[in-house]
Design a protein around this ligand. Structure first.
Ligand SMILES: Cc1ncc(COP(=O)(O)O)c(C=O)c1O
Length: 383
């Protein structure tokens, strides 16, 4: 049986895979089993921050695998504490809870909000406000947070206590019942739609005025993706809670929920936990990734992002370009799925987000490879 047939037979059918088996790669280039070369502009949906099989990342991971690959959270491990310290130092947050994925990082944020407000304003103050068109994960609670009804169908009842409001935040919720507002500064799965500066400011002011927690989902936008360490830093706000995952460990599972001073004491002994959370190999990988996301790398992410914006803005077949840094959405006259399929056949891997072609290349993609991919993609978009 072919891999396609065996996948169909044995793997739950939740993914509409392209008919390509990726076998190996280096940086922003990958090869399929037939030896065909592809330029990777998707980086595993924003995960492989420094590309495939990056030597520094490999060294950090293999070194830690040779020391200790896992230890229960009953004991201390160095990489976990080093990473928590690095995250706090670089963001000004106070504590970190580690998990394994974006959905889990958001679950933790939601638990923190519920407990903090139960203790401060009372247990009836439990509503988590999110924005329509948002995406926060696939668990039943993060689906409830996700402001897109089609993800909910046939999975109800979801966790109660969520309210999705318009992304322009003009329809104000009753503040007495609201524990927290959870936003993505750029709605990723929703089509790479950055929230306007003034909207984010209004949300932050509203939250501060009513002692509502401001929580930012940086699962996709975080870890250098937008040209700032975290996207909220582009908006001049100070969230109470930040969740992140995806690119954090550059290709290993790791979620992190960053807690500001205000909520740093909320989770106490026994309130939350995770068998794999803070795994030393994932944390060693993340230490390597984060230590390379410095000012010069961030400046190059912004430059390459601007290059992508300029390249596609007036290109034939393009209606509009959105995004920030190396998180780009291209609205094409052609169907986005058709563009992505044609790009694949011509050796470029990219993604869709709603009706847009979405690009999330590795943060260190070399300029010549990026240019080669842009030329191919422009041809596909022009049709
Ligand atoms: C903004 C955002 N939050 C949460 C998630 C869920 O992350 P995970 O798939 O790691 O659970 C995603 C995944 O795409 C995301 O983009």
């Amino acid at each position: 049986m072919s891999i396609t047939e065996r996948d169909k037979k044995y793997v739950a059918g939740t993914y509409n895979r392209f008919p390509v088996e990726i076998a190996s790669g280096s940086g922003s280039v990958v090869y399929d089993t037939a030896g065909k070369r592809y330029i990777d502009l998707g980086s595993g949906i924003g995960v492989t921050a420094f590309g495939i099989a990056d030597p520094l990342w490999q060294e950090a991971v293999t070194r830690q695998i040779g020391l200790v690959q896992h230890m229960s959270n009953l004991y201390y491990t160095g990489p976990c504490v080093d990473l928590a310290e690095m995250l706090c130092t670089r963001t000004g947050m106070s504590k970190v809870f580690f998990s394994n994925s974006g959905a889990e990082a958001n679950e933790c944020a939601i638990k923190v909000a519920r407990k903090y407000q139960a203790e401060h304003k009372g247990p009836e103050c439990s509503t988590i406000v999110t924005l329509k068109n948002s995406f926060h994960g696939r668990t039943l609670t993060t689906l409830a947070a996700t402001g897109q009804d089609h993800y909910h169908e046939l999975f109800t009842p979801l966790t109660p206590g969520f309210l999705s409001v318009d992304p322009d935040f003009t329809e104000l919720p009753d503040p007495d019942r609201v524990a927290a507002i959870l936003i993505e500064c750029i709605q990723g799965e929703g089509g790479v739609i950055p929230l306007p500066q003034d909207t984010v400011r209004r949300i932050a002011d509203y939250a501060a005025a009513h002692d509502i927690l401001l929580m930012v989902d940086e699962v996709q936008t975080g870890n250098g993706r937008t040209g700032a360490l975290y996207a909220y830093m582009n908006y001049g706000i100070h969230p109470d809670v930040v969740s992140t995952a995806k690119g954090l460990a550059g290709g290993l599972p790791l979620g992190a929920t960053l807690l500001s001073e205000k909520v740093s004491g909320t989770l106490g002994f026994g309130d939350h936990g995770s068998t794999f959370g803070g795994n030393p190999v994932s944390c060693a990988a993340a230490l390597s990734v984060l230590s390379r996301i410095d000012d010069s790398l961030l400046a190059s992410v912004r430059e390459k992002g601007q290059y992508l914006m300029d390249s596609f803005m007036d290109a034939p077949g393009v209606e509009s370009v959105s995004g920030m840094g190396l998180m780009i959405g291209i609205k094409c006259r052609r169907n986005a799925g058709d563009v992505v399929r044609e790009a694949l056949s011509k050796g470029v891997l990219c993604l869709t987000a709603k009706d847009r072609v979405r690009l999330l290349p590795a943060l260190n993609i070399p300029m010549d490879i990026l240019k080669e991919a842009v030329d191919i993609l422009k041809e596909c978009i022009a049709g």
